[in-house]
Unconditional design. Structure first.
Ligand SMILES: CC(C)(COP(=O)(O)OP(=O)(O)OC[C@H]1O[C@@H](n2cnc3c(N)ncnc32)[C@H](O)[C@@H]1OP(=O)(O)O)[C@@H](O)C(=O)NCCC(=O)NCCS
Length: 186
């Protein structure tokens, strides 16, 4: 996270990060535009995995966003995930990302996974899978996912993981994460 010097002292201050974050399906045009922009920043520019991270699944996928709010008004997309159904009952989640400056800021990725799986469950999901980068396998395991197999994708080992739907939702949905963080971290 960037540090900025004060003009008159030796001290510095970090970038502003909103504490009030809300996770929900993207509905407004600006939310959808920023959802794709964040995915591009993370997967094309930062991780250099895909020159173009949009694919055919985006035609039917439900985009879910984490919105940073100021004075209760959402004004920036700081997290994203998509869910889609390739076969009846079978859902996939993917393109999970949190803006670099908002990572480990307080359960944004966790809340995106909670919303993604719970929403699919609401609309008939019987099996929910994701192909997860190896560095995130433990993170998903802690959120009630188990590994089915390891595969190579884009020259990297990935875990194909399945969620235990019975545990979802494991946290409240579509409310500000602020009180939840306060309760967890004191
Ligand atoms: C993976 C990612 C979505 C996690 O989002 P996040 O908002 O930072 O994670 P959370 O705040 O929900 O993390 C919850 C807890 O898990 C831990 N955690 C987060 N990422 C982790 C990881 N990759 N491995 C192990 N633990 C992790 C956090 O430390 C946190 O614990 P704490 O509350 O005790 O500090 C985010 O790091 C990201 O966008 N990474 C780049 C894109 C990416 O790799 N996407 C996943 C593709 S499979």
């Amino acid at each position: 996270m960037a540090e900025h010097p004060f003009a008159l002292t030796e001290d510095s201050f970090p970038d502003f990060r909103a504490d009030d974050v809300l996770v929900k399906p993207a509905s407004e045009a600006w939310e959808k535009a920023e959802y794709f922009a964040l995915r591009r920043r993370v997967f094309s520019e930062e991780q250099q995995l895909l020159p173009q991270d949009k694919d055919e699944h985006d035609f039917q996928a439900i985009p879910i966003v984490a919105l940073a709010c100021q004075c209760g008004m959402p004004n920036a997309v700081v997290g994203a995930v998509r869910i889609y159904q390739p076969q009846p009952g079978l859902w996939y989640g993917g393109r999970l990302c949190v803006a670099a400056e908002y990572r480990r800021h307080g359960m944004i990725g966790t809340a995106l996974i909670n919303e993604a799986v719970s929403r699919a469950r609401d609309i008939g999901c019987e099996r929910f899978l994701a192909t997860v980068q190896l560095c995130n396998e433990d993170y998903f395991q802690r959120l009630h996912w188990r590994t089915l197999e390891h595969i190579e994708l884009l020259d990297q080992i990935h875990a194909v993981m399945q969620v235990d739907l019975e545990h979802y939702p494991f946290m409240p949905r579509e409310i500000s994460l602020l009180p939840l963080r306060a309760r967890r971290h004191g």
